[in-house]
Design a binder for this molecule. Sequence first.
Ligand code: F3S
Length: 747
Amino acid sequence: MVYDLTMLKAFYANYSEKIERIRTVLQRPLTLAEKILYAHLYDGKEVENYRRGEDYVNFRPDRVAMQDATAQMALLQFMNAGREQVAVPSTVHCDHLIQAYKGAKEDIATATKTNEEVYDFLRDASSRYGIGFWQPGAGIIHQVVLENYAFPGGMMVGTDSHTPNAGGLGMIAIGVGGADAVDVMTGMEWELKMPRLIGVRLTGKLSGWAAPKDVILKLAGILTVKGGTNAIIEYFGPGTECLSATGKATICNMGAEVGATTSLFPYDGRMVTYLKATGREEVAAMADAVAAELRPDEDVVANPEKYYDRIIDIDLSLLEPYINGPFTPDAATPISKFAEKVILNDYPRRMEVGLIGSCTNSSYQDLSRAASLARQVKEKELDVAGALIVNPGSEQIRATAERDGMISAFEEIGATIMANACGPCIGQWKRCTDDAERKNSIVTSFNRNFAKRADGNPNTYAYVASPELTMALTIAGDLCFNPLRDTLVNRKGERVKLSEPVGEELPPRGFASGHEGYVAPSNGKKEIAVAPDSQRLQLLAPFPAWDGKDLSDMPLLLKVQGKCTTDHISMAGPWLRFRGHLENISDNMLMGAVNAFNGETNSVWNRVTNAYGTVSGTAKLYKSEGIPSMVVAEENYGEGSSREHAAMEPRFLNVRVILAKSFARIHETNLKKQGMLALTFADKADYDKIQEHDLLSVIGLKDFAPGRNLEVVLHHEDGTKESFPVQHTYNEQQIRWFRAGSALNAR
Ligand code: F3S
């Protein structure tokens, strides 16, 4: 047992009583999200009717999970907090730093060598501070959390944007930056703006080719990549009970793609089955005892429009398989219309590689349904046109899939089985291609498909789909293939049709355990060594405090045009190796963002040299001359992941302000935590006023206060000047962070 049973017993012992008290104070029925949030108010915080989308509230989550790429910065910050032990159960998972190349065994051996210094640091820091440590190859953070730690009614934070995966077991699980994780690990209050609630009512039942993934692919099309910002998506209705716990987790996982704070399913029998199958009978029994409070109240389900801010209906019986992309996960198209879209837009039609697995779709059900299609290749004497890569989500799932013949079914059709790690999902894919200049298409069962995300190649058109659809398209090698309608020609020249995928929800023989990959917290007092000349790790120095003056005459470093995700701001792939070294990773700052003035990436005008240079090189030169700078951007700036490097890098390179049309939630918080100014245009049309050679000032900082606009003044090159108001969402505490230089400085 790796979870903390004592903590869980204490949690469930007074859970019902807490909810009853909340109901009495608020005097109304409660949604599930409200029950869990209010049950986790920080000690002593009074229950009151917090205004959704407006009030900042302090919480005490039950646990913390960190993946290796973000844990480095989180632990480096924790080391500066002066604590002996973490205040809540916490874990580190080594999943991001393993490059997918030759296959699991060789790739883990290579990663262990290449990342030795980082793994040693993470292991030693975990041991030193009482944190559970999952070794490379043990699995992907969210799959491991679902299998071991998630529990109905609980609340956790994780330094990864897909932390909401645990919502599949009825837990509020929120992706955060490392500084937020440090708040929770030090036992301090953790702040969140009370989220709005989007209720998604599921009716009907999935059948045939439709999979849980299709629920969220369809929803992403409805909500778009920013439609869930500052909201919790709470699923309800009879359709929820038709989905396995792991299917629910897939849906919650990808709620990150619409910017949702988290996603959540009500407690049901499918969760009980999963808890028992993963060896947590005691947790299932404790949850069962308070089952009614792990669901929304009856009146909420009967009259949802009274309690949710928005209702969306999805009838599972009518749901078609979807394929979303390219380049953005909300470009949703049902399979019946997809061929038309491919031809109309001249997307590369040949489907070259199918990738299955990742934290999103690694369940027994996912793999068994995909394997049922793989087996048809032999039965129907088909050839497989595309290449296939499989990344199991955990060692437990891999070992079970191997024992039950799924791994061999994949290998028989030519699959490469990669490590139980993120791999191509985070750009850790050493892809072998004949011509990197050729436009090409890949389909994945992952969650994200931003340009360059999987293989670093801008010519790769990536689409996300269910594992079963990914498998069918891989067999066909044709993006226009619709397995519900079309036939394939086999080796005998016959036309054959793929039968609908079938699979088991859970392994009939139970889960196999596989290789041991967990190192329990030892409370050891081992000192943590960080070599001063290390290229991978660097101790953090505090950012300077605000000097009390307005920010004047800052050069415009970059005016970003279009989408700017955290991948554009701090690229992953090869840069992952510098995630523990702020100075080195800052060399990638904003290298993927498009400059609105020349349409190019990583090419900005430098006012000191009067020439174009890289974004980080230009910022570095400004910094060396003591010049602060500013970045301007469009909608949903910082969409995507929780990586706080995307906020720390500009801070480190003396960028003081990001002025955007809007921000993604996690990134906006990360900017605030690092002492940056995250401002938005009061009138979005003012974006057009900013010229390449402008100097910009931010006025009004002496009176910086919640709800009060600041002013931006543009000094144009021709000597003219114009100004406009800008908005912000800083509260008193966040303004203190700004003044202190960072949240860490303000402790
Ligand atoms: Fe890994 Fe899942 Fe993120 S596979 S990269 S944790 S999306």
